[in-house]
Design a protein around this ligand. Structure first.
Ligand code: ADP
Ligand code: MG
Length: 235
């Protein structure tokens, strides 16, 4: 029956996920173990330390991605101006991008409406997207972040890179857990983005052209201005 089918489907999916997660976490763990052993005797200690740290970051990223899949831990939605939020994210990633010869340029339309969001989650989304854009440009280039009011009630944030692009037939695969083309990728970044944006009643669209670049557009609902209401309290 339908119910049984659902159950076995769920178990199959769980098995697939578990295998994927175990694999993804075991890789950096194995590498950390190896480099810690080398730290005892090796001569390039600085380098080993950096590798160990970046492998720990990777495990942290994987676990963070999985937590987003778990039930939301009382997400706190607040009224926000998207401008400072995006500026914070760019500041966070700017050093790393400049080291990679990548410039991030932001363009804001005037008088943008406010949004309601879980600030840290939304920052995570834009951080993941900017990181992907940067990683798609091994030779450097510009990333444009264009923010505008798309239509009444919707704000659009476009992240436009000049990177390697994504094959058309691959675009629908993006967002599936563990799909990555990177040697050190987790394949959880876009999945996390989709999940968070969905939780914000928004949309995420991907347009791409091989060797020209990729545009990721995040659309978020804005706050509808409530009619001015005056309340008189009698106490
Ligand atoms: P990861 O970055 O760990 O590989 P993501 O979920 O963030 O995982 O991305 C999945 C895959 O989607 C990447 O490995 C890459 O192939 C592709 N991708 C995502 N963003 C871009 C982009 N801006 N340009 C080109 N390819 C991209
Ligand atoms: Mg990524």
């Amino acid at each position: 029956t339908e119910r049984l089918l659902q159950k076995s489907d769920k178990l199959a999916l769980l098995g697939q996920m578990a295998a994927g997660i175990a694999h993804e976490i075991r890789n950096p763990l194995t590498s950390i173990k190896g480099f810690i052993q080398l730290l005892k005797t090796g001569t390039r200690k600085e380098e080993y330390f950096d590798i160990v740290l970046s492998e720990l970051d990777r495990i942290n990223e994987i676990v963070g991605g999985l937590l987003v899949l778990a039930k939301p831990t009382a997400a706190v939605f607040m009224t926000q101006d998207i401008k400072p939020l995006l500026k914070d994210v760019v500041t966070l990633i700017n050093n790393q991008s400049l080291l990679n010869n990548v410039q991030i340029l932001i363009e804001f339309e005037n008088d943008l409406p406010l949004i309601s969001c879980e600030e840290n989650q939304l920052k995570q989304v834009f951080l993941n997207l900017l990181k992907n854009a940067m990683e798609a440009m091994p030779k450097g280039g510009n990333i444009y972040v264009v923010v505008k009011e798309k239509e009444a009630g919707k704000i659009s944030v476009q992240i436009i890179d000049q990177g390697v692009g994504i094959p058309q037939e691959r675009i629908s695969t993006l967002g599936e857990p563990f799909y990555t083309t990177k040697e050190k990728g987790t394949g959880l970044g876009l999945m996390t983005c989709y999940k968070i944006i969905e939780g914000h009643n928004g949309e995420l669209h991907i347009h791409s052209k091989i060797n020209e670049g990729t545009t990721i557009e995040v659309i978020l609902p804005t706050i509808t201005q409530p009619l001015l209401k005056m309340e008189v309290s009698h106490s």
